[in-house]
Ligand binder design. Structure first.
Ligand SMILES: Nc1ncnc2c1ncn2[C@@H]1O[C@H](COP(=O)(O)OP(=O)(O)OP(=O)(O)O)[C@@H](O)[C@H]1O
Length: 222
């Protein structure tokens, strides 16, 4: 489902090349739940962004559901993202002046679906994430935990095959973190492939996690 072959990524800043990932090879099977563990700055977000096709590797290959996302032009990788991937960002990336409902609908806007279909899909995921009662509220009026639920609903509206979650519990208390973990476990039961980047110990001893991969200074520790 997700394959990385000898992937490296460096960021160029002025004359400097900042290495973020070095020679990463990784296979995640369909329906697996994999936790990517590592300290801040180890390269976890970069790895998720490469899988989502949000950036290109400096070297190596990234394949998602058989397609080499790392070599596709932006409009094709954007289409794969829209159709197959749900991304839960570390800092939510919600559009602050829009309502909960509008934020949840945004990933499907390029699909040109009729508005009532969009709203129906959004309502279903908002119910699932326990945020439907705030549908009309602007997201900047919500608590951190509520914003996180909006971000999850938005990640699920396209019924993704793959969910990538970047530090999904970073801004949640333990109770909300456990609720989020239950939500992820339900997705796994439905056959969704999950890749979760985190340093939250709550994830390190879960029945629903198939594999924990440790990453340090951009390299996988074996
Ligand atoms: N756009 C960028 N430009 C320059 N350097 C970057 C950029 N993005 C990431 N880096 C660098 O790449 C390295 C890996 O960063 P990354 O965000 O992937 O780590 P992380 O493990 O996700 O950290 P955190 O848990 O704090 O989010 C860091 O040294 C970071 O400073």
């Amino acid at each position: 489902m997700i394959v990385l072959e000898a992937v490296s990524k460096s960021f160029i800043q002025g004359d400097e090349s900042i290495p973020a990932l070095a020679n990463i090879s990784l296979h995640v099977k369909r329906g697996e739940c994999v936790v990517l563990k590592g300290p801040s700055g180890s390269g976890k977000s970069t790895l998720l962004s490469l899988i989502a096709g949000l950036m290109q590797p400096s070297q190596g290959e990234v394949r998602v559901d058989g397609k080499e996302i790392s070599k596709l032009p932006e409009h094709f990788s954007a289409a794969i993202r829209r159709q197959k991937i749900g991304f839960i960002f570390q800092k939510y990336h919600l559009i602050v002046h829009l309502s909960v409902l509008e934020n949840v609908m945004t990933p499907l806007i390029p699909e040109n679906l009729p508005l009532h279909v969009l709203e129906m899909k959004a309502k279903a995921v908002m119910e699932q994430c326990g945020i439907a009662h705030k549908a009309k509220m602007r997201v900047n009026r919500l608590s951190g935990g509520e914003q996180q639920r909006v971000a999850i609903a938005r990640a699920l509206i396209n019924d993704p095959l793959i969910v990538l979650a970047d530090e999904p519990t970073a801004n949640l208390d333990e109770k909300l973190s456990r609720a989020l973990i239950d939500e992820l476990a339900i997705l796994k039961e439905k056959g969704v492939t999950l890749l979760i980047a985190t340093h939250d110990p709550l994830f390190f001893d879960l029945g629903c996690v198939d594999k924990i991969i440790e990453i340090h200074n951009g390299e996988i520790i074996v």
